[in-house]
Design a protein around this ligand. Structure first.
Ligand code: UDP
Length: 431
C-alpha cells in the first residue's frame, strides 16, 4: 500500500516542529500492517540533501523521500505549491512497477489527501484518509493571538472529504465534526481509535525514573509533553503552578514543572515566550525545559511525574495523555476534542472545562489527593487502546473500500487494475 505523509516524515523525532502524534501514528500502524502481510511504502517530502531516496524503516516498511521543492526552509504553509511535484513523484514511482502495485492509498493530513485522490484515480484503488486535525475545528477553538487556518486549507480539506472512499476519525466526536462541518458521508466515515505501545509505556519504578530524570523523591512534579505552541496551552500549566504556590507557599520548595518538547507552528514566532512567562509569574526556578525525547526516555518522564497536564485548546486525540496513563500517571486535561476519550474523567484523571488556571490547580490538587486510585484507573484505561486494534480496524476499512470499488460499475478513470491487498512474500493478508 502507499501511505502519504507529505509534510512530516515518520523518521523525524516527534515533539518539535511539524512532528507529533501523526508521525507516531504512521510508524506504529505501518509496522503492524507489515506484520499482517501488507507491504507499506511511506512517501514523504525530502527535507535534507543528506537523506537517501529510500530508507527501510522496519521490515516491510519503506520510506520514500520525494524531491518536491527546496530541501530546507520551506514552511508547511508553502507546501500546497509543491503538491504537483510531490504527486508526480508518487505516480512515477508506481509506474516503475507492475500494474496494480499499490492496492490502497492512505493519506494523512489534508496536504497528503490532495495527492491521494489523484493517485486513487490513476491507480483505481481506494483512498482512505485520516485528517489528524481539521481547520474548521481548529479555527473554532483558537488560542489568544493564534492565527486562523487559511481558507485554502479549508477548501482543500472539503475536497478531500468529498473524494475519499473512507474517512478515518480518531473519535466519535471527530466523526461528527467531519459530517457536521464538512458534509462527510456518515457511511464512509469510520471511527478507529489510535493506540499506545503498552510494551514501551509501562508503569515501571517511579523512584528509579526520578533518579534517571533528576527529580528528588519528595518533589511534586507536573509534566507537559508535546510541541510547544499556543494551541497546546503550556501557558495554562505555568499559570496553574503559579496558582498552586500562591495558594500554598510551602509547596514552592517541592513543586517542579517539567516541559518536554520544542516550539512548533505559531510557537516558533516566539520560542522563548514560555521561559519569559515563567519569569513573569515568578516561578522560573520551578520550571525545567527539556528538548524532545525519544520514547523510552519519555516513559521515564511520565513515570517520574505526579500528574501530566494536557490543557490544549484543541486536540484531535492526545496520544500524550494515553502514554502517561499507560505509565501509571493520571492526567489533568482540557475537556476538548479527543481528550474526553483519551482520559476517563474521575477514573484515570480529571477533565477541566475551559482554561482557567484556578480550575486546573483545583483539578491537580484533586488528583494528588487520590493519586494511587487514579494511577490504577489510568493503567486500566490505557490498556483499552492498542495499535494492533488500530491496524486491524484499518485493514478492515481497506478491504471493505476495495470490495466496494470492485463491485461498483467501472468508470474509466477508476477501472481497477490491481488484485487484492498485496501480501509480503511468505505471509498472507489479514482479511
Ligand atoms: N513525543 C515524543 N517526544 C517528545 C514529545 C512528544 O516522542 O519529546 C511524542 C509523544 O510520545 C506522542 C506524540 O509525540 O506520541 C504527540 O502526540 P499527541 O497526540 O499528544 O499530540 P500531536 O503532536 O499529535 O498534536
Amino acid at each position: 500500500m502507499a501511505t502519504l505523509s507529505v509534510h512530516t516524515s515518520p523518521l523525524d523525532q516527534p515533539g518539535a516542529g511539524d512532528a507529533g502524534g501523526m508521525n507516531v501514528y504512521i510508524v506504529e500502524v505501518s509496522r503492524r500492517l507489515a506484520a499482517r502481510g501488507i507491504a507499506v511504502d511511506v512517501f514523504t517530502r525530502a527535507t535534507s540533501s543528506d537523506l537517501p531516496p529510500v530508507v527501510e524503516m522496519s521490515p516491510g516498511v519503506t520510506v520514500r523521500h520525494v524531491s518536491a521543492g527546496p530541501f530546507e526552509g520551506l514552511g508547511k504553509e508553502e507546501l500546497p505549491a509543491q503538491l504537483c511535484a510531490f504527486t508526480a513523484a508518487v505516480l512515477r514511482e508506481e509506474a516503475q512497477h507492475e500494474p496494480g502495485y499499490y492496492d490502497v492509498v492512505h493519506s494523512h493530513y489534508w496536504l497528503s489527501g490532495q495527492v491521494g485522490y489523484l493517485a486513487r484515480d490513476r491507480w483505481s484503488v481506494p483512498l482512505v484518509h485520516t485528517a489528524h486535525t481539521l481547520a474548521k475545528v481548529k479555527n473554532e477553538a483558537l488560542a489568544a493571538g493564534d492565527r486562523p487556518e487559511p481558507r485554502a486549507r479549508v477548501i482543500g480539506e472539503e475536497q478531500v472529504v468529498g473524494e475519499a472512499d473512507r474517512l478515518i476519525a480518531n473519535t466519535d466526536e471527530e466523526a461528527r465534526q467531519l459530517v457536521r462541518l464538512y458534509g462527510a458521508d456518515p457511511a464512509r466515515t469510520l471511527v478507529v481509535p489510535p493506540g499506545v505501545d503498552l510494551d514501551r509505556f509501562t508503569p515501571g519504578s517511579r523512584g528509579a525514573a526520578r533518579r534517571t530524570v533528576g527529580v528528588p523523591d519528595d518533589a511534586v512534579v507536573l509534566l507537559f509533553v508535546g510541541r510547544i505552541q499556543p494551541l497546546k496551552a503550556p501557558d495554562v500549566l505555568l499559570g496553574t503552578a503559579a496558582r498552586m504556590v500562591a495558594d500554598d507557599p510551602a509547596l514552592r520548595a517541592r513543586l517542579q514543572v517539567h516541559v518536554v518538547g520544542a516550539p512548533s507552528g505559531t510557537g516558533l514566532d516566539a520560542p522563548r515566550q514560555l521561559e519569559q512567562l515563567a519569569a513573569t509569574l515568578g516561578i522560573a526556578e520551578l520550571v525545567r525545559f527539556h528538548p524532545p525525547q525519544p520514547p523510552d526516555r519519555l516513559a521515564d518522564f511520565y513515570r517520574a511525574a505526579d500528574v501530566t497536564v494536557v490543557p490544549s485548546h484543541n486536540e484531535s486525540f492526545g496520544l500524550v495523555a494515553l502514554e502517561s496513563q499507560a505509565c501509571g500517571t493520571p492526567v489533568v486535561a482540557a475537556a476538548v476534542g479527543g481528550l474526553p476519550t483519551a482520559v476517563r474523567d474521575g477514573v484515570s484523571g480529571v477533565l477541566v472545562d475551559g482554561h482557567d488556571a484556578a480550575d486546573y490547580a483545583a483539578a491537580v490538587r484533586a488528583v494528588l489527593a487520590r493519586r494511587e486510585l487514579l494511577a490504577a484507573g489510568a493503567r486500566r484505561h490505557a490498556a483499552r487502546f492498542s495499535w494492533d486494534r488500530t491496524a486491524d480496524a484499518l485493514v478492515e476499512a481497506y478491504v471493505a473500500a476495495a470490495g466496494e470499488m470492485a463491485a461498483a460499475p467501472p468508470r474509466p478513470a477508476r477501472e481497477r487494475r490491481g488484485g487484492a491487498l498485496r501480501a509480503l512474500p511468505g505471509t498472507s493478508v489479514a482479511r
